[in-house]
Each structure stands twice: as C-alpha cells, then as structure tokens.
Unconditional design. Structure first.
Length: 670
C-alpha cells in the first residue's frame, strides 16, 4: 500500500487538530470526531493537552484513503513547543500548512513555512474555518502570495463563504465536492482561476511552457500530470478551502493528499553529514532518526523514529551513530493516537516507536552497523524566557534533579542551570506557557516547585583610577602578622594583576597572596555587595617584616588595599545586557520601537522582509523579564524573539540608586 507521512502545521488557533479529526472521520478511521475543547481529540491525548485544550506534543494518527496509508503528524501550534513542531515536520515527507480563513497568514504560519523551506519539503495549504464569519478565501490567497515564498496557486475554489460555505470546486476539472450544481455566478470565477492555474502549472515545466508559448494545445491529462509533478517537487503549492467543523471540502483535501503529496519512495536519496546517501526503499541499508522522545508513566521511555531506508525487525542490532554505541530493540510498535500496536517490521517510510532503550535521544541517527550513516541533527533555538524555581520541601529538592532530567529528555529546549552569583536554580524555555507546562509536568512527577522572576546578577566596577594602601599589622604574642602593600587600580575590560614593585620592597613570594586578597575583595563590591569586574590592578610598593610577614598577612593587606582604592575610584553599578531580535508583522513596527524605548533599548537595526520586520536591539536583562508575555500581548501573538548575552553596561544613576538601596536592605535583613 502506498504510504504518505504528512505533517500538519499551523499557527495556533487555525483549527489544525480539528482538521485532523475531520480527516479521520471522513476516511472512516473513526466513527465520531473528537473535540479539542472536550479533550477527546485523538492526537491530543495527554492529560496536559486535555486540560489546556491545545496541542503540546506532536500527535501521530493514521488513516487510509483510496488505497493509500496516511500517517498524520499533528504538530503543536504554539511556537513555545518548537522542538515538537520542527521534529514533526522533519519526520514527514510532505506538509499540510493550515491557515485560518479569518486570520490569514500569521507569524506561526511563516515559521512553519520557513522550516518546510529549510528541508525543501513539498506542501499544500488548507484554508480552514471557511464556515466562520468574516472568512475570506481570496483575501487569504493575497496574503499567502505576499507573505510566503514560492508559487501559491488555488487548486480549489469555495462555494460560498461563512455560513454559506457548502463545498469546493476543483479548478482543473470543474468537479464540485460534494456533488451539486455550480451557480452561474461562480462560473466566471472558475474560468479565471483555471487560466491562472494553467499559467502556474506550465511555468514549472519547460516543455509545456514552450508549447504554451507556441499556441499548441495542452490536454487536461497533461496539465494534471504536470500539476502532480510540480507539487511533488515543491515547485507549486496548491491551496484548498475547507471547514473542519462542517466537513465541507475535507473529502477533496483527502483526494489531494493522495494524488498531490509525494510518497516516501518519491522523496529521493537522503544524504548524511559525510556525504553518504541512502535510497528511501525497504531493501536499502537501514537508517532511521529519533525525532521525538516521550516518557510514559507506564511504558517508560518511548523513542519515536522515522525509518528512512531499509527495514527494521525486532532483535536487529543498530548503531547509534550520534552517540557511537549499539542498541538492540526487541519490540517494535506503530503509534496511533495514544495506542501502540506491536509489529513485526518497520519498513522505509514508517513512523515507529522503540521502548526501553535509555540510550536513545531526540536527534539520534540509527543505522546498520555494517554501513553506518549519520544525518544532521535538528537545529533548535536557544531559550528566551527564564524563571527561578524553588522546591517546596526538602523532599522536592531531592527529587528535582531526576524529574528535570526526564523533562529535558523529552524536550531539549528546556534548559536548567544554577546562577552562581544569586544561587538560584533557573529553568529556561521558549516562553511563559512552555515553562508553566514544565512546572505542571514536574508536579505530575510528584515534585512541587514555585517560580519567581529571577534576580538580576548585577556587577560593580570603577570609573576612575585610584591608589590606596592596605596594611595589616597585628601583634598577639609570639609571631605577629604584618603585610603592607600599595596598589593602583584602573578601569578596563576584564581583570588583570601585575607587580611593579622594585628593590625588593615586597618579596616576590608574597605577590600571589596580594592577588588572592584583591580577588577576595572583588567578590563583594562596596555599593551593594555584588561582584566586581573590569578592574586592572598594579602593586606599586609596600613593606614586609622578616618574622611577622606571611601569605595570609599579605592576602589580608591586598584585600584592604582594594577596598580602600575602590572607595576613591568612582564605583558604579553594572547590569547584564542581552541582544534581542524581534520578528513580527511590519504593521507593528511603531509599537515595537515605542515599547523598546521604554525598556532602555538601543536599537541596532531594522530589516524588513516583505510584510515582516526584524528589529535588533541591545536591552538590559532587567527589562526583558516579562517580554515573552508582553510581546504576545503587543502583537496579538504574532511576534517572536530570541536573545543572547551581550555583556554588561552601566546602570543609569537614578535607577542604580534604587537598586543599591533595595540590595542594602536585603543584606541588612539577611
């Protein structure tokens, strides 16, 4: 039976999961469609998905239509779950991009489109929610052409819109689905669409183009064949209007998926990182990739794989070429919603599940040990939102590490770290929602944590040179303690320490002790007790005692000298700065810039790309603590951003004063 592995991808709210239910129903795979709102959708089967009413992980469901086996990978719509989205797209051969007939192209649409572009993936576009008020198919078509790369062409036209939407018309054949009379008012529109689609098709085929320009006739069968070739090759992206709610257009979409989307075998050879290739056929050397990992409370670790070439059977030894170790799965399963069905083999083009193999991780390549190959890993963005997590009890603290390890095994976009300066445990992810779900998953594992906004790791520095003496002299009976040094400090990037002592005023063996004392003092700056940085230190002079001098005495002297010098060197407060890249519709440019100005940002550039703009700016970390939620509100969930450390900068004096006062109060109460 021919096989299609199809990724369903969309911006959240486009009705992607509801569409998957409609496809299952119309194909006869189920007798009653589930509802996202009721938690009965087949692909959204986890407790978290049922509670929240949206996809969190990529669901796998299967159906058959016209003798073709179709596996749907229902990816999440929220960009917070980017690992699931990209993994689901990467594991497929083709994609159906779902767009709302009301909202049109959104940032999430552009993101999944760009991911499909990255892998040269053929795709078609389903304009869903055609039965809703304000649905406008032709406005969405214009939006698609203006916003997305590549030739977009309507392969079907709607019969009516909004409450009047009742079916679709095949542009090439004129067939109406479901069968009904085509109103005379729609015939002119159909004729114009046929002309436009014919033009789009012949532009993908040089032979047809030459015949078209010569005025030679082109048969409908030839147009059909060229249309199919173009869609399979990803040189034409057909558009079809549907309503997952009413079912209108869904039968036509199933037909288009069977004829228009390429099979696994039509994908062509796959190339490894070293240039080796594998044909996507069952008799080729085995190769597969782990595209997601799930930890089931009953089954344990589940590794979802896409078999790219060859045939996998129980007991086969596989080389994990990413980790350089061998594994041997004894049982093979095919997923369908929450169910796993054991099978005797997984041929090329299959989505399967391997269990009880702890050494498998998302992105790993599996191959025949005799003919190993490794595919490139899935690129994932860095986290953009961070919270401090606080275990509720000592028992929660003890279990936290293992629980976090399970979360990160499922989702590598979650990062855990401990901030050395503040002592806080930090959990970072792709957004506020992402981290909220992570905290809920910790609770499901029996680990209760609370979250707070992370404390900012401020630093202190100096803005002027200064000199000072540090002298430590103490007599306590017997040998005393004596260390004396004079230092000069200067502002500058990084830290340096050198000795300019001449004439043996301080023996060389004590110079390292002075440096240790200086570094001791730099751990707590004079303003608010934050660590100091960007200080260059030179030892100028000093004195010693033959009997009473020691390493500890000069270490103490070095610490005193640094403290004394800093007091006269115009100490100041520094704050961490991040480089921010924001991508959003160009219509929000003014709002984005105004908002960044309130965050003390320094805009570095604005790069327009069609209807989208990317703004780059340097922004204090303190001003971005809630940016994930703020940007979502500012752009109607149509913006995305990334951040990376850039360095430290001086805090403005009025703000620095407030920070110092707050910090001194904390230290006094500690």
């Amino acid at each position: 039976m021919p096989v299609r592995i199809v990724s369903l991808a969309a911006h959240s709210g486009a009705g992607k999961t509801t569409l998957s239910e409609a496809l299952l129903l119309r194909s006869g795979a189920i007798s009653r469609a589930g509802r996202v709102e009721d938690g009965t959708a087949r692909s959204d089967h986890t407790d978290a998905e049922k509670t929240h009413g949206f996809s969190i992980q990529t669901g796998v469901v299967r159906l058959a239509h016209r003798g073709t086996d179709i596996t749907l990978l229902d990816t999440p719509g929220y960009a917070d779950f980017v690992r699931e989205i990209r993994g689901g797209i990467r594991a497929a051969d083709t994609a159906v991009i779902v767009v709302s007939a009301v909202s049109g192209v959104e940032v999430g649409t552009e993101r999944v489109w760009a991911t499909a572009d990255r892998f040269a993936m053929p795709r078609l576009i389903a304009v869903n929610q055609m039965d809703r008020d304000r649905a406008n198919y032709h406005a969405v078509l214009a939006d698609l052409r203006a916003s997305l790369s590549g030739p977009v062409a309507p392969a079907y036209l709607p019969l009516g819109e909004g409450a009047d939407f009742r079916g679709v018309v095949n542009v090439l054949t004129g067939e109406v689905s479901p069968p009904q009379d085509l109103p005379p008012s729609d015939r002119a529109a159909l004729q114009a669409a046929q002309t436009a689609l014919t033009d789009a098709i012949v532009e993908t085929d040089d032979d047809l183009m030459n015949r078209f320009l010569d005025g030679s006739p082109i048969s409908t069968d030839e147009l059909h064949a060229a249309f199919t070739r173009a869609v399979h090759a990803g040189t034409l992206y057909p558009v079809i209007p549907v309503s997952a709610h009413s079912g209108a257009g869904v039968d036509a979409l199933l037909d288009l998926m069977v004829t228009g989307l390429r099979s696994a075998r039509e994908r062509g050879p796959l190339t490894g990182v070293d240039g080796q290739t594998r044909d996507p056929t069952p008799d080729a050397p085995l190769s597969a990739r782990v595209w997601r990992v799930s930890i089931d409370p009953f089954v344990g670790k589940q590794a979802f794989i896409r078999v790219w070439s060859g045939t996998l059977r129980p007991g086969d030894i596989l080389r994990n070429t990413t980790q350089d170790l061998d594994v041997r799965p004894m049982h093979l399963y095919v997923p369908n919603g929450k169910d796993l069905t054991e099978v005797t083999e997984l041929p090329a083009g299959s989505i399967g599940v391997l269990t009880k193999l702890p050494d498998l991780h998302a992105g790993d390549t599996l191959a025949d040990p005799a003919l190993p190959i490794r595919y490139d890993p899935l690129w994932l963005p860095d986290p953009v939102h961070t919270v401090a997590i606080h275990p509720a009890t000592r028992q929660d603290e003890d279990k936290l590490g293992a629980a976090l390890a399970k979360l990160r095994e499922e989702d590598p976009t979650l990062h855990y770290s401990r901030e050395a300066q503040t002592g806080e445990q930090l959990l970072s992810g792709m957004g506020e929602m992402h981290l909220n779900i992570a905290v809920e998953k910790l609770a499901a594992q029996g680990v209760t944590v609370t979250t707070t906004t992370p404390r900012i790791p401020y630093r202190e520095t100096i803005h002027a040179p200064a000199e000072a003496q540090g002298k430590h002299k103490k007599q306590s009976g017997g040998h005393g303690q004596y260390g004396d040094c004079r230092i000069r400090i200067e502002p500058g990037p990084g830290f340096s320490f050198r000795s300019a002592v001449v004439g043996g005023a301080i023996p060389g063996k004590y110079i390292p002790s002075i440096e240790k004392g200086v570094q001791d003092a730099m751990l707590r700056g004079p303003l608010a007790g934050y660590p100091m940085q960007d200080v260059h230190v030179t030892v100028l002079d000093g004195s010693y005692h033959d009997v009473d001098s020691s390493d500890i005495a000069f270490r103490t002297a070095g610490s005193l000298a640094l403290k004394n010098a800093v007091a006269n060197a115009r100490p100041g407060l520094l704050e961490p700065v991040l480089q921010l890249r924001v991508r959003a519709p160009a219509s929000f440019t003014g709002d984005l810039i105004s908002d960044l100005q309130t965050r003390r940002a320094r805009v570095q550039g604005m790069d327009p790309e069609g209807t989208v703009i990317t703004v780059t700016a340097l922004v204090p970390q303190a001003e971005l603590q809630t940016y994930s939620a703020d940007l979502r509100s500012l752009t109607g969930d149509r913006g995305a951003f990334s951040v990376k450390p850039h360095g430290y900068q001086a805090v403005p004096e009025p703000l620095a004063k407030k920070i110092i006062e707050t910090r001194q109060g904390e230290l006094a109460g500690a």
